[in-house]
Unconditional design. Structure first.
Lengths: 165, 417
């Protein structure tokens, strides 16, 4: 099971740096820090939350589809200023961080995610489970997602998907 | 309210006020729910099951639902579309475990009974037993052990099924107004499947059904609509019940200048924030008017679908009941086989508007899932439906509940309530 991480040191980031990057991302979402969230992405990023069903069938529809950083900013603004939803706490659990390849100035990586949602008067429950499939670049400000596809295993979304994954 | 009424749940009487009141027990009574499935989904209606682009070529299949019954849409070797129950005629086990795929026949995993894509029983293992022992009786008739086959109708790219021989032809069931609106979206060009969003909501299916007949809430609970000028209470809007409440449609003419106007109506909505700016305006504008009519609209075909169009985002919402207090929404996003890259991208971008994470739909499932335990807790409470008066006629305003009243007018007749 030789992976790149065990055989060579990639130029963009090693596994430990990547793990830090992922943990910072998760902490940002757990804190609902919408102002900081877009800074994890490049300007021309592709950020999407897509079902495994669509992803595996080559169907492009994604319930959250942002083909630029600007669309991420728009989505967060819409959530904050023009959407109504119950108060909630989210906890992101990220595991299995792996570097899967390197192509030019891009690192390809993936990880598993588990998001537990807690609502008023209800027990915590799994909101979503799946994989991050990422292309990452290094900028002068640090690592950034050139693409983050959050491929969820859930057959269906429970009630709503509000906060980005 | 009253203990003696509570002790006799079978005596369900609609309030004397008529359709301007709705009793809360219709959302929580398991007997009412069971009767709805028999009278509606398994009765004399046409159920939407899917789009032809979901079974794109001969020898393909895809699963769907009618009420609580799983079905399979198949396209046979000759290209003909069939709908059969996903239930083996032998022991009732789930026949098809894959969500979609290619197959020349359907074989039950349990005892390997095998059916054609038309639903006919083709063979079963050990029909004559082993070494002269066991096997089926000599008079076992394969032709009498087919899958349950439904009557199927196809209109443009849409596929419909019914359990009843008495259901009128699909064209009559839908009627001229729905046919015009359906054809506009699914009959002019071959369809292309863009993808699904599936969502489960902990509320009775009728709460969702009413929600999409309720323009009153639209600009209040979905501040995004008014804020970005997609829809506003002082814009052009029509609410039209059809066939004495069975179906309905609503429509508005998109007005790109709407956002920049203030009026008495817009001032009443506290949630409008005119200072907000969106960076990627493709999401909230008519960039390509592909139907050349500037129309945005929605229609319901009882009892299964709401079809709604926002700009280039085309989507069928298929409402599947999952018990008295739960329903699933399957959002099937589609486009056309000859879509260019610009329109394809617009469809993806604008599908941020509607779906489980949609800017103008995420509030619906939030409010309905919070509403269900409340209506369950007070089954004899009455809902008030007096916006726009007490009638069930078409009205040219968003400030009306006429479509919900018209629905309950129809519902009471069908259910004998």
């Amino acid at each position: 099971m030789g992976t790149l991480a065990s055989t060579a040191t990639p130029a963009i980031a090693d596994r430990a740096a990547l793990r830090d990057f992922y943990e910072d991302y998760a902490a940002c979402l757990d804190a609902e820090d919408f102002a900081a969230f877009p800074d994890f992405f490049t300007d021309d990023t592709l950020y999407q939350v897509i079902s495994r069903e669509n992803h595996d069938a080559g169907l492009r529809h994604a319930p959250i589809y942002c083909s630029s950083r600007a669309m991420i900013v728009d989505r967060l603004m819409a959530l904050k200023e023009a959407a109504l939803y119950q108060p909630r706490s989210l906890r992101h659990f990220i595991s299995g961080v792996r570097i899967t390849g390197e192509e030019g100035a891009e690192l390809h990586a993936q990880a598993n995610f588990l998001i537990v949602e807690s609502l008023l008067e209800q027990d915590p429950q799994v909101l979503m489970v799946g994989r991050y499939l990422d292309r990452i670049v290094r900028t002068t400000e640090g690592l950034r997602f050139a693409e983050r596809s959050c491929v969820y295993d859930n057959y269906r979304i429970r009630t709503t998907l509000v906060i980005p994954v | 309210m009253n203990d003696t009424i509570e002790a006799q749940p079978q005596e369900r009487k609609w309030p004397a006020e008529g359709v301007s009141r709705v009793p809360a027990w219709i959302y929580s009574d398991p007997e009412i729910y069971a009767r709805e499935l028999e009278v509606f989904h398994y009765g004399k209606v046409w159920n939407y099951v899917g789009l032809d682009c979901e079974v794109p070529e001969p020898n393909t299949f895809r699963r769907s639902w009618i009420g609580e019954r799983p079905v399979i849409i198949t396209r046979d070797a000759d290209g003909e579309i069939h709908v059969v129950e996903n239930r083996c005629a032998h022991r009732g086990s789930l026949l098809c475990w894959q969500n979609s795929g290619k197959a020349k026949d359907l074989t039950c995993p349990y005892h390997h009974w095998s059916y054609s894509l038309k639903g006919d029983l083709m063979g079963l293992p050990f029909l004559r037993g082993v070494q002269g022992k066991g096997g089926m009786p000599r008079d076992f008739d394969k032709t009498k052990n087919s899958l349950t086959k439904l009557r199927v109708a196809v209109r443009g790219g849409s596929i419909w099924a019914t359990y009843s021989d008495e259901t009128p032809p699909l064209e009559d069931y839908l009627g001229e107004e729905i046919l015009t609106r359906l054809d506009r979206l699914v009959s002019r060009r071959p369809l292309r499947l863009v993808g699904y969003s599936r969502q489960v909501v902990d509320s009775n299916w009728k709460l969702y059904w009413e929600n999409s007949r309720d323009p009153y809430h639209a600009t209040l609970m979905h501040p995004f609509l008014s804020t970005f000028g997609i829809l506003r209470t002082d814009g052009d809007y029509h609410s039209v019940p059809l066939q004495e409440g069975r179906h309905e449609y609503t429509y508005s003419q998109y007005d790109p200048e709407l956002r920049n106007r203030t009026s008495e109506a817009s001032a009443q909505i506290k949630s409008i924030k005119t200072t907000l700016q969106i960076q990627d305006t493709d999401v909230v504008n008519s960039v390509v008017d592909e139907f050349n009519d500037g129309m945005m609209g929605a229609f319901q075909v009882f009892p299964t679908i709401l079809v709604q169009q926002y700009f280039n985002c085309l989507v069928v919402r298929h409402i599947i009941p999952k018990g008295v207090g739960k329903h699933e929404l399957v959002w099937t996003y589609f486009g056309y086989a000859d879509d260019d890259e610009q329109v394809s991208e617009l469809r993806l971008k604008q599908s941020n508007l509607v779906g489980p994470a949609g800017f103008v739909s995420l509030e619906d499932s939030e409010v309905l899932s919070l509403m269900q335990p409340v209506v369950e807790g007070s089954p004899h409470a009455l809902q008030v439906l007096e916006m726009g008066g007490h009638g069930t006629e078409a009205q040219s305003t968003m400030m009306t509940e006429t479509l919900i009243r018209a629905f309950y007018d129809f519902y009471r007749r069908e259910m004998g309530l």
